[in-house]
Design a binder for this molecule. Structure first.
Ligand code: HSE
Length: 296
């Protein structure tokens, strides 16, 4: 039996659409056991998954068995310990996929490389920016080179905290991708390339005061804002309360404000403000995770 702990992730980080992602200290745990009988998957709350063949963890496990040409009958999978909110842009599906791959590889005693794992994970997820940090931890840049995922973990000198603001409404990734244009003007492309490149160097150099400029984006956030109530007001308040910058986490609906390590007041002030809005928002303070998925 294998138990895997997988971090939540936040993809895009403003300008790095489908490219950048970071892991957060907010975890799901999945237990996987190979059985001779039929597959049984326990979901949050103890309910059994009736559609197990469509379960992302099950699919990921079977892809690893196929990779090693290993036969299987069934699996007992316990996914009842989850803290990552579902469909809120915090990598809940990436956690299911990475948990399945890492767990199955360990069960088999396999020797998959991170690149092998990321290839399978990206084939299932469609983009690498959540699965890469879920697997590796930290902030990761990924390139999809004809199906092979080339990744690089970013060296982060500064230490930040993140105010993660999760609303009670979901935004489906499919819908939030549908609202994006098929092509962009050169001005928008240059806007994002320059910011994404500078984000990496300011994280390396610890130039925190420049963070606000490089978290801006013209590729996805302007189109997705209409799917998230009060996003502009929340970002303005976050700036007023001392955040270093703000962005939509993944495809939303979660919003993230980057805080200085020494910040003491942001969460309490923001909580009061969020309580005045018509939707219900939960706010938690988390740090980044540097380990990625681990067998526990
Ligand atoms: N990069 C993806 C998107 C992440 O923004 O659609 C989805 O969580």
């Amino acid at each position: 039996m294998i138990r895997v702990r997988i971090p939540a992730t936040s993809a895009n980080m403003g300008a790095g659409f489908d490219t950048l992602g970071m892991a957060l200290k907010l975890y799901n745990e999945i237990t996987i056991e190979e059985t001779q009988g039929k597959t049984e998957i326990k979901l949050l709350g103890g309910e059994l998954d009736k559609n197990y063949k469509e379960n992302l963890t099950y699919i990921s496990i079977t892809k690893v068995y196929d990779f090693f040409n290993r036969k299987y009958d069934g699996f007992k999978i316990d996914m009842s310990e989850t803290n990552i909110p579902l469909s809120r842009g915090l990598g809940s599906s990436a956690a299911c996929i990475v948990g399945g791959i890492v767990g199955a590889n360990a069960l088999i005693g396999g020797s998959m490389t991170y690149m092998d794992m990321l290839k399978i994970a990206t084939d299932i997820e469609g983009h690498p920016d959540n699965v890469a940090p879920a697997l590796l931890g930290g902030i990761v840049t990924s390139i999809n080179d004809d199906g092979n995922i080339i990744y690089s973990k970013v060296n982060v000198k500064s230490h930040f905290k993140y105010a993660v603001m999760v609303p009670n409404f979901k935004v489906s990734t499919a819908l939030s991708r549908e609202v994006l244009p098929d092509s962009y003007l050169r001005e928008a492309v240059v806007f994002n390339i320059s910011r994404c490149a500078m984000l990496i160097s300011i994280l390396n150099n610890g130039e925190d005061e420049k963070l606000r400029y490089v978290l801006q984006d013209k590729i996805h956030q302007p189109y997705r804002k209409k799917l998230i109530n009060n996003v502009d007001e929340i970002f303005l308040k976050a700036k007023e309360y001392g955040a270093l910058g703000e962005f939509i986490s993944g495809s939303g609906s979660t919003l993230i404000a980057v805080l200085k390590e020494e910040d003491k007041n942001f969460i309490a002030s923001m909580k009061l403000y969020l309580n005045t809005l018509k939707d219900k928002w939960k706010i938690i303070e988390v740090e980044s995770d540097n380990q990625g998925a681990v067998i526990i």
